[in-house]
Every structure is written in structure tokens, then in C-alpha cells.
Ligand binder design. Structure first.
Ligand SMILES: Cc1ncc(COP(=O)(O)O)c(C=O)c1O
Length: 370
């Protein structure tokens, strides 16, 4: 398990500490804990939590402004509209879609639903930590299986490692490496998993890559849950919206663990407007890929090793304890990271704006040469 010092947690806000006590660790909490201070200094380059610096698209901003006077109503019909919009776009049965406040809650609740002291949680290493931390808190065995040489999930090793698996977590593209797992491997996992286990496919970053979605496995009635979020390509991390997509019996089992609540109307209308904007995904994928490629070119040119990513984050090898570089970069007002214990000299970098990445480059050169 990633270890955080008590001291680092003391700097978190009260809300963050409460969530930490519940072990529902989200990307911003993990970033803040690793950052060792609660709020970045003014003007800081914040590329440590895989956020989208572009924020919500204009139609989403307009929709939020228009709904504000009606914020005194629950207006759950708006959530139905969001679900129906997504169902139509993806040719899904609306009964298979549940709107959620980002994808952290359904990830944690799925872990609680399908793991236990006798049902393990199986994940890639390095992998996104929310599920493993929740599983650990739930008394489940956490089985961390190293990625393959091409940084894909090693599905055969994952299957071999845990005949008692309750939940297989597969993040595609993976956080933190930004690398893809081939479709054939995902199918192999789903077809060969132990009978009562569930495969959770986290597609938080799917739109930033050209990888096919696994939604068709849900449509085919498999024991598969797909999670989506509006926090990444849609730039709505602070607004909070996501989906759990699964057979209704699986979705109910997850959300029975405390997942039923009204959605914030601002999030719902912004998400609906974002889905209806046909330019958003291709345009933002292109912007992210362009800045990412320019950064990779610069890294190659300057002799740095990195993992080619298909997402909005990538790992760079700083060839010394990653935390030293994170701390030194923070002094330059550039927040990067975090570090995964299995790759102690690698630091995760989020793709920011062109300007932010230029500042990142200058700071990295400075700290690496000092
Ligand atoms: C892989 C992955 N899944 C889920 C999430 C949760 O995001 P949110 O709760 O903002 O939807 C994140 C956030 O960074 C993530 O990286």
C-alpha cells in the first residue's frame, strides 16, 4: 500500500481527513497528501492530479449559469435526461446507467460490494489507489500484479494470482502509466475469471486515447462494470459527475452500499451539455495529444526516459528517489507526482497547457542539474 506520513495528512483539510478516515481516497486527496501541503501557492503549475486545465466547455458553462436560479429544486428529471442522452449516444439501455458524483464513489462502493476478507481485490501495479485502499479497509486481500513489459495489465498473471478474486480492477488507459491493455486481454480476463467475481473497467481516461470502450461487454450481459467520469476530457473534476454502467443487478448491488442520492443539478446539466457537444472529445483529445507529443519530443531530446502514454499523464524516470525531485520541483512552484513504490525513481506528470509544460521543462532541467 502507498504509505503517507501522519504529518502529510495533518496538512489536509477537515473534509479530506474525514474521507481519509473512511478510506475513500480520491485523486485530489492522494495528490494533496503527496504534495505535503493543502493548497498550491499562487501561480503554481499544478500538474499532479490529472486534471484538465481547459475546464468545462462553453455549453456546459452556459447550462450551469442557466440552472442556478433553479438550484432550490432537486429536479431529478434532469438526471433522467442526462442518462437518456448517454444511453442514446452509446446505444445502451438506460436501466444499465447510473449517474454518480464523479467515479470515485462507485469505485469505492464496487470494491465494498465485491471484496471481503474472503474475496480479494486484484489490480495492476502501478495502479490507481482508490480501490486498493478501500479493499484494504474492507479487510480484503489486495493483490497487486506488475504490469507487463509493454505496461499493459498482465491479465493471465492477475488470474493466476487470485483464485479467490472478488473484483478485478482494470484501468484503461492505466493511471499512472497512461498505457493501454489490448482488447483481447480484457476479453480473456472476462471469459476466464472465477465465476462469482466481477471485472471493473475504469474508463476515466478512455476519451484521451483511441482505445475501444468495453461498454459492449456490459451490453452483452457480462459480469462487468464500466466507470466513466466527467473529470478528465470534459474538464469537470470540481463539478463532479460520472457514470456506473452495468447490468442492473450489479449496479443495484453497488449502489445499495450507500450510493443513492440526488445529483447536483449544475453537474447534471453541464454533463448533458458536454455530451451533446460533438466537437469536445476530438478537439480535446487532439490538444492533449499535441502537447503530450511536444513534451515527449523535448524529453527525448534531453535524454530523459519516459513511458509513452495515450492519456493525460505519463511517467518520467528521474533516476533518483522520485520524492526528491517532487520536493525540488515544488520549490520551483511546479507540482508534479506522485510516486508509486514499485517504480521509486519514476514520477507521474499530468499533461497541462503548453505554457505549463514549458514551465515544467525549465524546472525539471534546473532541479535535475542541481
Ligand atoms: C483511474 C481513475 N479513476 C477514477 C478517478 C476518479 O475521478 P472522479 O471521482 O473525479 O470522477 C480518477 C481520478 O483521477 C482516476 O484517475
Amino acid at each position: 500500500m502507498p504509505r503517507f506520513s501522519r504529518r502529510s495528512f495533518l496538512h489536509l483539510s477537515a473534509a479530506a481527513s474525514t474521507a481519509a478516515a473512511l478510506r475513500i481516497m480520491s485523486e485530489p486527496l492522494l495528490a494533496a497528501a503527496a504534495r505535503r501541503r493543502p493548497v498550491p501557492a499562487p501561480g503554481a503549475v499544478v500538474i499532479d492530479a490529472n486534471e484538465n486545465p481547459l475546464g468545462p466547455c462553453q455549453p456546459a458553462r452556459d447550462a450551469m449559469a442557466a440552472i442556478l436560479p433553479h438550484g432550490g429544486r432537486y429536479s431529478d428529471n434532469l438526471t433522467d435526461e442526462l442518462v437518456n442522452t448517454f444511453a442514446k449516444l452509446e446505444a445502451l439501455n438506460p436501466d444499465y446507467i447510473r449517474a454518480t458524483v464523479g467515479s470515485t464513489p462507485p469505485l469505492a462502493l464496487s470494491t465494498i460490494a465485491f471484496t471481503s476478507p474472503t474475496k480479494s481485490y486484484v489490480t495492476a501495479d502501478p495502479g490507481f489507489e482508490t480501490g486498493m485502499m478501500t479493499a484494504d479497509h474492507n479487510g480484503a486481500r489486495v493483490v497487486k500484479v506488475p504490469l507487463t513489459k509493454t505496461y499493459a495489465h498482465d491479465v493471465k498473471a492477475m488470474l493466476a494470482a487470485a483464485s479467490d478474486a472478488g473484483l478485478f480492477y482494470l484501468c484503461n488507459p492505466n493511471n499512472p502509466t497512461g498505457t493501454l491493455t489490448p482488447r483481447s486481454d480484457i476479453e480473456y480476463l472476462v471469459e476466464n475469471k472465477p465465476k462469482d467475481s466481477v471485472v471493473l473497467i475504469d474508463e476515466a481516461y478512455i476519451h484521451l486515447s483511441a482505445a475501444p470502450s468495453s461498454l459492449d461487454l456490459v451490453k452483452a450481459g457480462k459480469d462487468v462494470i464500466v466507470l466513466r467520469t466527467f473529470s478528465k476530457v470534459y474538464g469537470m473534476a470540481g463539478i463532479r459527475c460520472g457514470f456506473l454502467i452495468a447490468r442492473p443487478d450489479l449496479a443495484d448491488k453497488v449502489l445499495d452500499r450507500g450510493g443513492y442520492n440526488f445529483m447536483p443539478v449544475t453537474a447534471v446539466v453541464a454533463a448533458t451539455a458536454s455530451l451533446k457537444d460533438p466537437t469536445l472529445v476530438p478537439e480535446r483529445r487532439r490538444i492533449n495529444a499535441t502537447i503530450r507529443q511536444q513534451t515527449f519530443d523535448w524529453l527525448s531530446h534531453n535524454g530523459y526516459s519516459f513511458i509513452p502514454s495515450e492519456s493525460n499523464c505519463f511517467m518520467v524516470d528521474v533516476k533518483r528517489p522520485g520524492q526528491e525531485i517532487r520536493d525540488a520541483m515544488a520549490k520551483e512552484n511546479v507540482m508534479v507526482g506522485r510516486i508509486w513504490p514499485i517504480m521509486p525513481t519514476w514520477v507521474r506528470i499530468t499533461v497541462g497547457t503548453q505554457e505549463e509544460m514549458t514551465k515544467f521543462q525549465s524546472a525539471l532541467q534546473k532541479v535535475m542539474k542541481s
